[in-house]
Design a protein around this ligand. Structure first.
Ligand SMILES: NC(=O)c1ccc[n+]([C@@H]2O[C@H](COP(=O)([O-])OP(=O)(O)OC[C@H]3O[C@@H](n4cnc5c(N)ncnc54)[C@H](OP(=O)(O)O)[C@@H]3O)[C@@H](O)[C@H]2O)c1
Length: 325
């Protein structure tokens, strides 16, 4: 089978598509014929050795994918050959991958492989952040930074589904047009407008209740200072490349909090909470309230170039890699 391989941590250009042996599932695993895999920012960090998780070399990146089960481990009872499933883990940028049975779920009715591939990691991160960590309430105001990116789009849709007023912030008018289309109530172009001033303007100086921050860099401090009494800033990631340092007097003055969010580990710590979140997301999907935005479909040979576009702010929504294309 063909797989995009990382044989040494380094620049994206060192990734190559190679012919490798099909992986063998262990007793608690299944083998999946991959139909679609979605790209995420951590993929680009991981192959460069810049992510908190460093898999043993060589490995194929690709943390969320969807496909059909072609082999089942001896101890797996819930799935059978031919089942259409969604998986998260590693190895999605390949024609086949093994996955632990506990990390897969059936592809829901009405969801195609592309949407399935772009669903679990992205949407579960945003729901876990907003509901479990941020305690977002209906009627509160949510500010989403990097709002046209993968987890940002999911945060807009989930924020609206939870009854919040959503302010979307991004770097271009084209990105903000997408955010509006997805239901954002207001927008801020943080490359041409002053973020703090616009927050004040849009909230009549009260500030926002929750900030969803997958970007970091220069945007976090004005967002913290633009939070209302009791505001919560969700630390999702640092796509801007710089981990901001915040003077904690900004927290004391209005009883604000910074809240870390690490969806992957939260699933291990609280599997029931994850189960409840997936159930909620499937209900919203069936009601049309959440739906992955797929902006590009690329073959395996185009995955590296797509990763480079993602890492340089040129992507909106999700890019899906189609191994059989
Ligand atoms: N904590 C968790 O559990 C968890 C789970 C999944 C992902 N994450 C993190 O969330 C972040 C976003 O992931 P994603 O897959 O949604 O990525 P993405 O689709 O690339 O979105 C990130 C957004 O960040 C903004 N950005 C600002 N400066 C940037 C720069 N210098 N380079 C690249 N992007 C920049 C871009 O929007 P503008 O151009 O509009 O600024 C971009 O749309 C990553 O840091 C990732 O590691 C965390």
């Amino acid at each position: 089978m063909k797989a995009l391989l990382c044989t040494a941590f380094g620049p994206l250009e060192q990734l190559t598509v190679q012919e490798v042996a099909s992986p063998k599932p262990g007793p608690k695993q299944v083998l999946i014929d991959i139909k679609a895999a979605a790209l995420n920012f951590p993929d680009a960090l991981m192959v460069q050795g810049l992510y908190q998780v460093k898999p043993p070399l060589p490995f194929s990146p690709g943390a969320e994918f969807a496909g059909v089960i072609t082999e089942v481990g001896a101890e797996v009872k819930r799935y059978k050959i031919g089942d259409r499933v969604i998986a998260y883990g590693l190895g999605g940028f390949a024609e086949e991958a093994v996955s632990d049975a506990e990390r897969i779920m059936p592809l829901p009715p009405g969801m195609d492989f592309d949407a399935g591939a772009a669903f679990v990691l992205t949407y579960c991160t945003s729901l876990h952040g907003l509901r479990d960590c941020g305690r977002l309430q209906a009627g509160e105001t949510l500010l989403v930074l990097g709002a046209a990116g993968g987890v940002g789009v999911a945060a807009i849709e989930i924020g609206k589904a939870m009854g919040a007023r959503v302010i979307a912030a991004a770097s271009s008018d084209a990105k903000l047009a997408l955010c509006k289309q997805l239901g954002a109530d207001e927008t801020i172009n943080y490359t041409t407008e002053n973020l703090r001033d616009r927050i004040n303007e849009l909230t009549a100086k009260r500030g926002v209740d929750v900030v969803y921050d997958p970007v970091g860099g220069p945007y976090t401090e004005p967002a913290v200072r633009g939070m209302a009494w009791g505001g919560r800033l969700l630390v999702i990631g640092f796509a801007a490349g710089e981990i901001p340092k915040i003077a904690i007097n900004h927290l004391l003055l209005k009883e604000r909090s910074l809240v870390g969010v690490y969806w992957g580990d939260s699933v291990r710590h609280n599997p029931q909470q994850h189960f409840n979140n997936v159930k909620q997301l499937l209900e919203w999907f069936a009601e049309g309230k959440v739906k992955p935005v797929i902006s590009e479909r690329v073959p395996l040979s185009g995955a590296t170039a797509a990763m480079a576009r993602l890492a340089s702010r040129q992507v909106m929504g999700k890019v899906v890699v189609m191994p059989e294309a």
